[in-house]
Ligand binder design. Structure first.
Ligand code: ADP
Length: 625
């Protein structure tokens, strides 16, 4: 019978397994048991939602069989089984979790760890076996098939006889070496120990034939041996166990096993609630964003169980979008199993659970912020953007809930601050919370508008993400202090006298500004300002749309371009101001050329492009030569 070839990535993963120098080969058992349990969950779920299947939870089981003579270890389940096609696609190609491994495997140092912590799946069995046979009969099918492989050079699939639906995975263990005794995996004590360590919480019984040795009655040297079939796992899922008796390591293993993350979670939240709706939940805040987190492909959601039976892999109704990074499990006896998934989404109890979970996560994040700032900042760097979207979305409906989670870099210290901390550092009589937007902290720091505000002793929030300004404009204020963009025209920092003088000055030069404006097309107005210290000019905006917003919106891939209402502000105390006045008197044409150059300068400082660079360059050249 011709051998079929594995897909290239599968072959690579398999080689990694076969030649693995990884010492913890034990995890293969956890992987196979977890697959068996998933297969049972699938069939169990079918039976609960389809009355014609007469299957009972108590009939499901996973069996571990040892054959010392043949050196085989078999993991047997009566789950959903696989058709011929499924054997081909599931075992001939690398599974999802495996391909994820390859993404991270490119970082060479990490791969050894990954094998231990990751769901590497079925192929991990090649760490301990040199031949694997999979006999499977899909539920409801007549035919059964056997899949056999002795490693990288391929596999065969043939029809076989199998009475019961489900899957048997038969491992032909490798020969023992000086270093590794593979035959340990045929020892009762060893298998017991491994099940206890890794698979205790599996909710289906894991059975094994065990031998009990007792002294023969009346004898002190002779023993009686009896064998019986025993359930060797606890069957209580981790989330239903008593918190105080769970070690951190158990949580971490559970997390990496279930959610395929090679890094430990930043925080584990284990709760149980009793009341109108009872539920247990085990939630995790990951310590980094998954590679697809900020893409459309990422799906949020928690695993939903009803009394230990998995009913949904990703129930998205359980977490709001702004907490979409949360991974975890929710188990409630108060959800009806037989209702369809569409109806479940309307379920009142589910809504109660979701609300409860949301406030729990929020509370935990606030506690983390207070008690472990380093970890919180780590969280913030991965998921802060998501929180800001949460503030902005739905017309700011959730802003109050989320505002205290915000962190910003500021003009004062090189550390992140909460809004609360900003308020604490405010000057006496300071009326507003100032912020400035730009591409990077350094660039913002150099903005002309920022200079004077800083010099007057006000702290400025530095916003480098495009969502920042949208979020702040939705927030409007924090504890009655208004957010004010330092680049907005109505920044109000002058004394009454200064204001008065400036007003007069602008009034007197009104016609000069009109003359300058003639040469500029997309500007709202021109005026003198006190807000600049050393720089000659800057751009500000009036109205709701700021210049930063204009940049963001125009960068989006659609044809709708927007235009902020721009004001060209000229430093009233700069020598350019008197030069302009002089030109207005003596040479209006030259004044218009100055206007063009100054406007181009202001745009460049703002990070905007100039429409007519060749014209501007030749105007400047004229002045230089
Ligand atoms: P993963 O479990 O992460 O998807 P695996 O390589 O462990 O990756 O398994 C690949 C696929 O093979 C599974 O997703 C499942 O569809 C199928 N499979 C594995 N073991 C069994 C089993 N005992 N019963 C039914 N299907 C199984």
């Amino acid at each position: 019978m011709a051998k079929k070839q594995f897909k290239a990535e599968s072959k690579k993963l398999m080689e990694l397994m076969i030649h693995s120098i990884y010492t913890n080969k034990d995890i293969f058992l956890r992987e196979l048991i977890s697959n068996a349990s998933d297969a049972i969950d699938k069939l169990h779920y079918e039976s609960l939602t389809n009355d014609s299947l007469k299957l009972k939870k108590k009939d499901f089981e996973i069996f571990i069989l040892r054959d010392v003579e043949k050196r085989t270890l078999t993991i047997k389940d009566n789950g959903i089984g696989m058709t011929k096609e499924e054997l081909e696609t599931n075992l001939g190609t690398i599974a999802k979790s495996g391909s994820l491994l390859f993404k991270t495997e490119k970082e060479p140092k990490k791969d050894i760890d990954i094998i231990g912590q990751f769901g590497v799946g079925f192929y991990s069995a090649f760490m301990v076996a040199d031949k694997i046979e999979v006999n499977s009969k899909a539920y409801g099918n007549e035919n059964a098939y056997t899949w056999v492989s002795e490693g990288v050079d391929g596999y065969t699939i043939e029809e076989t006889k199998k009475e019961h639906f489900g899957t048997d995975i038969i491992l032909y263990l490798k020969e023992d070496t000086d270093d590794i005794k593979y035959s340990d995996y045929l020892e009762e004590y060893k298998l017991r120990e491994l099940v206890k360590k890794y698979s205790d919480y599996i909710t289906h019984p894991i059975k094994m034939e065990v031998t009990h040795t007792t002294l023969k009655e009346g004898s002190e040297t002779e023993y009686d041996k009896t064998t019986e079939i025993e359930i060797i796992n606890d069957m209580v899922p981790l989330w239903k166990r008593n918190k105080s008796k769970i070690k951190e390591e158990e949580y971490n293993t559970f997390y990496s096993d279930k959610f395929f993350d090679y890094e430990q979670p930043l925080k584990t939240i284990h709760t149980s609630a009793e009341g109108l709706v009872s539920f247990n939940s085990l939630l995790f805040i990951p310590s980094h964003a998954p590679y697809d987190f900020y893409t459309k492909e990422y799906e949020k959601g928690l695993q939903l169980y009803s009394n230990g039976v998995l009913i949904m892999e990703k129930c998205k109704e359980l977490v709001p979008d702004y907490f979409s990074f949360i991974k975890g499990v929710v188990d409630s006896p108060d959800l009806s199993l037989n209702i369809s998934r569409e109806i479940l989404q309307q379920d009142k109890n589910l809504k109660v659970i979701a609300k409860n979970i949301e406030s729990k996560i929020n509370k935990e994040l606030n506690t983390l912020k207070q008690e472990n700032r380093e970890d919180y900042e780590k969280f913030w760097s991965s998921f802060g953007t998501q929180i800001k979207y949460g503030i902005y979305n739905q017309y700011g409906m959730n802003k109050e809930k989320l505002q205290d989670l915000l962190l910003f870099a500021t003009s004062k210290e090189k550390k992140l601050k909460t809004l609360e901390e900003y308020l604490e550092g405010m000057k006496e009589n300071q009326e507003a919370i100032y912020y400035a937007c730009g591409e990077s902290l350094d660039k913002i720091d150099l903005l002309p508008q920022v200079e004077l505000v800083k010099e007057k002793g006000f702290e400025i929030l530095y916003c480098t993400e495009y969502i920042d300004e949208f979020a702040l404009s939705v927030l409007q204020n924090y504890k009655e202090k208004k957010f004010v963009n330092v680049s907005k025209e109505e920044l109000n920092l002058d004394t009454e006298e200064e204001k008065e003088n400036l007003k007069k000055e602008n009034e007197e030069n009104k016609n000069m500004f009109l003359c300058m404006k003639e040469s500029l097309t997309d500007i709202e107005s021109i005026k003198f300002t006190n807000r600049l210290k050393n720089h000659p000019v800057c751009l500000s905006s009036t109205g709701a749309l700021s210049i930063e917003m204009e940049k963001v919106m125009n960068a989006m891939p659609n044809d709708q371009k927007v235009n902020a209402k721009k004001v060209l502000e000229i430093n009233a105390n700069h020598k350019i101001a008197s030069k302009l006045k002089e030109l207005y008197k003596n040479d209006k044409e030259e004044l218009k050329i100055y206007a063009k150059i100054l406007y181009a300068e202001a745009r460049l400082i703002e990070g905007l492009s100039i429409e007519n660079p060749t014209e501007i360059v030749s105007l400047i050249c004229d002045k230089l030569s």
